[in-house]
Design a protein around this ligand. Structure first.
Ligand SMILES: [Zn+2]
Length: 143
């Protein structure tokens, strides 16, 4: 897999410095959970200060092509700290970590198939955008 090449400066451009710093702090705390990584972009679940996980999608081709489910993003349509945290985390993750993230959902799909669940593909698709469901499904792997 080729890692997505994010332009961090472009992501942070026009953003208040405080917001960039908060995003970097989220990344440092490990609050970014990479769900899907490909050369074209990334999908992550980012936990905020109230413990709510938001779904963040950033395209590697265009830094302004980013989405987040948090209220900040919904209100202003602006790149939020969760987008910063996600891009920062991808740039800070080694190849092995990115490979692991890239294969994460297909491993989950395989697992569900082995368990004989015929709703597996549908569950995986929902779990992409449902942090609690993803944790629950992957938790079954451990137990
Ligand atoms: Zn956000």
């Amino acid at each position: 897999m080729i890692a997505p090449e994010f332009d961090y400066d472009a992501v942070c451009r026009d953003m208040p410095e405080a917001r960039v710093m908060r995003g970097e702090a989220y990344a440092a705390k490990g609050w970014v959970d990479l769900v899907e990584v490909s050369p074209s972009g990334v999908l992550a679940h980012v936990t905020g200060e109230r413990g709510i996980a938001y779904v963040v999608e950033v395209s590697a081709r265009n830094a302004s092509d980013a989405r987040c489910t948090c209220p900040d993003f919904a209100d202003g349509g602006l790149r939020c700290k969760h987008v910063v945290a996600t891009v920062f985390t991808v740039l800070d993750t080694d190849d092995a970590g990115l490979e692991a993230a890239a294969g994460r959902l297909s491993r989950l799909a395989d697992l569900l198939e082995m368990e004989g669940r015929d709703d597996g593909p549908d569950l995986v698709d929902r779990a992409r955008r449902d942090p609690a469901l993803l944790r629950e499904l992957e938790g079954e792997e451990v137990g």
